[in-house]
Design a protein around this ligand. Structure first.
Ligand code: DAH
Length: 340
């Protein structure tokens, strides 16, 4: 029995020294020390040995078990460490490799244009306000001198959301809101979304406007012209000229349409300006005294100017964008061109 035990021990130790991964070490443990392993089988023979020999053999069994266990343990720790090193090597990250950085995002051309316009008026001392897109008929039309059934309603294809509620067709609605709640002096611009049932290469059912309003004593058309010239030079270019043409809006009297020299051809004539050298950029005028009075501002004491522009239109003229839809598709190849 001693010889068998000795032989089994040597066999086990040899297997352990040859093992080179943790799963074969585990197999060795099961094979020699497991419940029905070789050690257990040999121990069954203890029942047949003499009383004197039994404790001696018992101790030998314990010693052999101890020897195999400690050999397994030390080999296991070596292999675990080796396996860890191998794994680390395999998962190694080379921090010195160049990265696959795709570049930062940029402002959308509409956001960029809006920001430039807003900043220009902030520099001139205007403040910025905002208002609701679902608006009452009262603020969107009636207080702006457009009563129900007035033909001027035809100028804008309105989305009605109820008898008295509309999706605002113009940021001019904010003129009425501001004048009914604030006292002059007022100098404010209002950027925001507006809605009209209109859809082609230069119109979208949702688009962005910026409204401007100044009310104070002695405000004239000359003040409007000065502000718009400063605006045009800043947003287009220093040599940009401004031209006022008579027009009609119910809430301004007199009313004008404002053109600037084409920023693409600088007045020489091109497809953007339809070979006229001029492009129309906004509507404006002297606030109609009727509107001032309806909104609770005494038109004998105060006067004002107002203007409203389309941000898409300004961006399309400034960058020569032929189709308004390009501004909404978010095609990265298009957007990347404004990365300056
Ligand atoms: N609200 C007008 C429109 O959407 C634009 C406009 C014209 C605004 C004249 C004004 C203005 O403030 O005075 O067509």
């Amino acid at each position: 029995m001693k010889e068998k035990l000795e032989a089994m021990k040597n066999e086990a130790l040899e297997a352990i020294s040859k093992a080179n991964d943790s799963s074969s070490l585990n197999d060795i443990r099961v094979r020699y020390l497991g419940k029905s392993g070789e050690m257990t089988l040999l121990m069954r023979g203890l029942g047949n040995v003499s009383k004197e020999e039994r404790p001696i053999l018992g101790k030998m069994f314990n010693d052999v078990r101890g020897e195999i266990e400690s050999a397994l343990e030390s080999k296991t720790s070596i292999i675990v460490e080796q396996e860890k090193q191998a794994r680390l090597l395999a998962e190694d990250i080379d921090v010195t490799l160049p990265s696959t950085f795709e570049g930062f995002g940029t402002l959308h051309p509409l956001s960029k244009t809006k920001k430039e316009i807003v900043d220009t008026f902030l520099e001139m001392g205007f403040t910025v306000d905002e208002g609701p897109e679902i608006e009452t008929d009262m603020f969107n039309f009636q207080l702006l001198n457009v009563p129900k059934d007035h033909p001027a309603r035809e100028m804008q294809d309105t989305f009605y959301v109820g008898d008295e509620m509309v999706l605002r067709t113009q940021t001019s609605s904010m003129q009425a809101r501001i004048m009914t709640t604030q006292k002059p002096p007022i100098r404010v611009i209002i950027p925001g979304k507006v809605y009209r049932s209109d859809d082609d290469v230069s119109h979208s059912p949702i688009f962005h406007q910026i409204e401007g309003l100044a009310v104070d004593k002695h405000i004239t058309m000359g003040d409007l012209q000065g502000c718009l010239e400063a605006f045009a030079e800043k947003v287009f270019s220093k040599d940009t000229k401004v031209r006022l043409r008579p027009s009609y809006f119910p809430f301004t009297e007199p009313s004008v349409e404002v053109d600037v020299t084409c920023s693409v051809c600088h007045g020489k004539g091109c497809s953007v300006c339809k070979h006229t050298g001029w492009v129309e950029i906004l509507g404006a005028g002297v606030v109609n005294p009727v509107v001032l009075d309806m909104c609770g501002i005494d038109s004998k004491e105060y006067s004002g100017f107002a203007f409203g522009l389309g941000v898409e239109r300004i961006a399309m003229i400034k960058y020569g964008i032929p189709n308004i839809k390009l501004l909404y598709e978010n095609d990265v190849r298009f957007l990347k061109q404004f990365d300056k």
